[in-house]
Ligand binder design. Structure first.
Ligand code: RIB
Length: 298
C-alpha cells in the first residue's frame, strides 16, 4: 500500500453556530428559524478533516482557546486522526462562526476569529520546519497573512507545494502570492479579486503566474494554467441543501489527490465529486463523506 501523503494545514479552527430558516431576517426584523446546530468548522480545520478522511496524514497548525469549544475542537482533531501537536492553546477565546442557511442551501457567515489570531509567524514556521515528509501546505485567510507567509516560505524552502484558498477574500500581499503555488478562490472570491464575475473571458485573463482553480458551485470548477489556458471540470448534479464548507471540502480532497500523484485535472474531478456529496448534507465537517464512501467516489 502506498504511504499516505503528508499535508499540513495552517489556519483556522472554529465552532460553527448555525441557524436554518426558510427566510432570513432583514435588519430590524425577527423571524422564526427551523433548526439550530453547533458543529466543527473553521476553513482550516474543515480542509484538514477532509484531507484526512480522503487518506492523507494531516497536521493542523493553529490555535484554539482555553475553553469548552477549544477542548471540543481538540478532541475532534484526535477523533479525525489529525496530528494536533502544533495547535496552540491561546489566551483568546476559541473562534466562532455564526452561520445562516436559507431554504436554497445558501449561507451567510460572520466569523469572530478569537484564538485563530492567537498564534504567530514563529509558531507557524517552526511547525512547518518540524513536520516530516511534507508534501503540501494549505492556507486560507482566516488567520493573519503574515503567519501564512511564514509557513509558506518554509514550505517552499523544503520543496513542498503551497495551496492558498483566499477565503474570506481580502487583498493578498505580493509577499504571500510570491510563495503561493496554487491559488483556489470560489466564484465570489474571484469576483472580489478581479472586479468581474467569472466568464470564459475574465477567467482567461486571470493570469497570476501560477496555477489556479476557480470553483463554481453547481457549475463545477475551472483550472487555469499560468498562461491562461482553461480546463473546465464538470460536477455531479445534486439537490443542494447546505453549501457550508463545500469549498473547504474541495480544497482538502484536491490537495490529497494532488499529493498522491494525480494530475491536476484528475485531482479537481475527484474534488468536485466529493464536494457535490457535501452540499446534500447539513453543516461543514458533518457533511463530508466518510472514508468508506470516498472509496466509492474515487
Ligand atoms: O467555509 C466554511 C467555514 O467558514 C465554516 O465552517 C465557518 O467556520 C467559516 O469559517
Amino acid at each position: 500500500m502506498a504511504k499516505a501523503p503528508v499535508i499540513a494545514v495552517v489556519g483556522s479552527a472554529s465552532m460553527d453556530l448555525t441557524c436554518y430558516a426558510d427566510v432570513l431576517p432583514q435588519a430590524g426584523q425577527t423571524l422564526y428559524g427551523n433548526l439550530f446546530t453547533t458543529g466543527f468548522g473553521g476553513k482550516g480545520a474543515n480542509q484538514a478533516v477532509m484531507a484526512a478522511l480522503a487518506g492523507a496524514n494531516v497536521y493542523m497548525v493553529g490555535s484554539v482557546g482555553n475553553d469548552l469549544f477549544g477542548k471540543s475542537l481538540q478532541e475532534n482533531f484526535r477523533n479525525q486522526n489529525i496530528n494536533s501537536e502544533f495547535v496552540k492553546v491561546s489566551e483568546l477565546p476559541t473562534g466562532v462562526a455564526h452561520i445562516w442557511v436559507d431554504a436554497q442551501g445558501q449561507n451567510r457567515i460572520l466569523i469572530v476569529p478569537g484564538a485563530n489570531h492567537g498564534f504567530d509567524e514563529n509558531h507557524a514556521a517552526s511547525a512547518i520546519t518540524a513536520i516530516p515528509d511534507l508534501s503540501i501546505v494549505i492556507g486560507q485567510c482566516e488567520i493573519p497573512q503574515s503567519v501564512t507567509i511564514a509557513a509558506f516560505t518554509v514550505a517552499k524552502k523544503r520543496g513542498a507545494i503551497t495551496i492558498l484558498n483566499p477565503a474570506p477574500y481580502q487583498e493578498l500581499s505580493d509577499d504571500l502570492l510570491a510563495v503561493t503555488d496554487w491559488l483556489i478562490p470560489n466564484e465570489i472570491e474571484f469576483e472580489e479579486f478581479v472586479g468581474e464575475a467569472p466568464t470564459s473571458e475574465t477567467l482567461a485573463r486571470f493570469r497570476t503566474g501560477k496555477n489556479s482553480i476557480v470553483t463554481l458551485g453547481d457549475k463545477g470548477a475551472v483550472l487555469i494554467s499560468p498562461d491562461g489556458t482553461l480546463t473546465s471540470i464538470a460536477t455531479t448534479s445534486v439537490q443542494a441543501i447546505d453549501s457550508t464548507g463545500a469549498g473547504d471540502c474541495f480544497i482538502g480532497s484536491f490537495s490529497y489527490s494532488l499529493a498522491s500523484g494525480s494530475d491536476a485535472k484528475s485531482a479537481a474531478e475527484f474534488a468536485c465529486r466529493i464536494a457535490a456529496v457535501s452540499v446534500t448534507r447539513k453543516g461543514a465537517q458533518s457533511s463530508y463523506p466518510t472514508t468508506a464512501e470516498i472509496s466509492t467516489l474515487s
